[in-house]
Design a protein around this ligand. Structure first.
Ligand SMILES: NC(=O)c1ccc[n+]([C@@H]2O[C@H](COP(=O)([O-])OP(=O)(O)OC[C@H]3O[C@@H](n4cnc5c(N)ncnc54)[C@H](OP(=O)(O)O)[C@@H]3O)[C@@H](O)[C@H]2O)c1
Ligand SMILES: [Zn+2]
Ligand SMILES: [Zn+2]
Length: 370
């Protein structure tokens, strides 16, 4: 084993739904027991994902038992400890990162087939999860913190060509859209791609869909982000506005693939679906806090041979493929940095929808650069 632990695990924790109003508190906590295939990362950067907000606010599920939570699953930093059974070549001193999943059984059909996020025994989230393969029952703790510990299988080295601060938010937000764009053939079988919701995930999707060679339409509820979307890679911009049926008129059957990053519980689903050509795919990645989607009109999908699917984050293999593409094509996300110490300003700004398009927390004490 290399590296010895002479540090404490501390981070910004939420202990009630009110924490998203700027009430995160700095706490010390006990990480999982260090396993032979674990690494410790000294956190330099951590992106703020909308899932952090829905978790802290108990928007998706009651959290009473699960508080306190240190969230953050777009983590990049320096590897400071490596277990003796780490097999993917990570070394002390490497710059590496972890996304929204930090463990799974590593044995089932889906794990073996590089689809670990769909593991039969369930994925362990990088926060709000419980380890079961090693250190059974230990809680997982995220990256609004000074250190992170977890299984090396889900930790990837960041290529030298990529700015580590920029790499961080790709690890959840980026791969969550890169994965279905690849799966559904963006730029190959799906030439015309629409991206619904131009927030963090949506902006990554515009960048990737363009890089993969698709013609990209950005679909937003207002025209505020039009100039940005065109710069990010869209060649067309659709404002759904107050009269969505009118907005989509004349655009029916114009797209092959729709990636929906919006978490609007009353999204105009049937109007979105009318944009797809027969055989087209609608892939949901946004997660409305109501846990429900609007009613679906059966004839819309039957008479147009439309497929509706969903997609969860991305496997380590997919993350690697994504990082290689980012390095090769010199892709850059639009991020704004916040000192980790100002997390109680950054989180409410994210909640207010001010991010253009991803906030990244910077741990300056650990070597992160603002
Ligand atoms: N499937 C997965 O594995 C996975 C992974 C990561 C995140 N997520 C989920 O994906 C969703 C998007 O995350 P994000 O970080 O990209 O969030 P974000 O930055 O807040 O972006 C969400 C976008 O949705 C659109 N929107 C339209 N109506 C909305 C409404 N009523 N409320 C909120 N947003 C509305 C907005 O875009 P316009 O202004 O363009 O309309 C907004 O920018 C979240 O639900 C998150 O939990 C899922
Ligand atoms: Zn996320
Ligand atoms: Zn598995």
């Amino acid at each position: 084993m290399s590296g010895a632990q002479d540090y404490k695990f501390e981070g910004w924790a939420g202990d009630s739904p009110d924490s998203i109003k700027g009430n995160l508190k700095w706490i010390e906590y006990e990480p999982k027991k260090f396993a032979d295939d674990d690494v410790d990362i000294k956190v330099h950067y951590c992106g703020i994902c909308a899932s952090d907000i829905s978790t802290l606010s108990a928007g998706w599920m009651p959290m009473d038992e699960a508080y306190p939570q240190v969230v953050g699953h777009e983590i990049v930093g320096e590897v400071v400890r490596v277990g003796p059974n780490v097999k993917n070549g990570l070394k002390v001193g490497d710059i590496a990162g972890v996304g929204a999943q930090c463990d799974s059984c590593l044995e089932c059909k889906y794990c073996v087939d590089h689809k670990e996020q769909y593991c039969n025994k369930g994925q362990v989230g990088t926060y709000n999860g419980k380890y079961y393969r090693t250190s059974e029952g230990s809680k997982s703790w995220g990256g609004y913190a000074n250190y992170w510990r977890g299984p090396s299988h889900f930790v990837l080295p960041i290529p030298k060509e990529i700015d580590p601060a920029e790499a961080a938010p790709f690890l959840c937000g980026g791969v969550t859209v890169f994965s279905p764009l690849k799966q559904y053939g963006a730029g190959t079988t799906a030439k015309d791609v629409g991206i619904i919701g131009i927030g963090g995930l949506g902006h990554f999707a515009l960048i990737f869909a363009k890089a993969l060679g698709a013609n990209v339409t950005a679909i937003s509820h207002s025209d505020h982000k039009k100039d940005d979307a065109l710069k990010l890679g869209a060649s067309d911009f659709l404002v759904t506005g107050d009269d969505v049926e009118d907005a989509v008129k004349g655009r029916e059957r114009s797209l092959d693939l729709l990636i929906c990053t919006s978490n609007d519980p009353s999204m105009p689903l049937n109007s979105y679906l009318s944009l797809l050509r027969p055989g087209g795919n609608f892939v949901l990645v946004g997660v409305p806090e109501t846990g429900k989607l609007p009613d679906l009109a059966p004839f819309t999908i039957i008479m147009n041979n439309i497929h509706i699917g969903g997609s969860a984050i991305g496997s380590p293999d997919r993350i690697k493929e994504m990082l290689d593409l980012i390095a090769e094509k010199n892709l850059h996300p639009w991020i704004s940095k916040w000192p980790l110490s100002k997390v109680n300003e950054a989180v409410p700004a994210m909640v207010a929808g001010k991010a253009r398009y991803r906030y990244v927390l910077v741990n300056e004490e650990n070597g992160g650069k603002l």
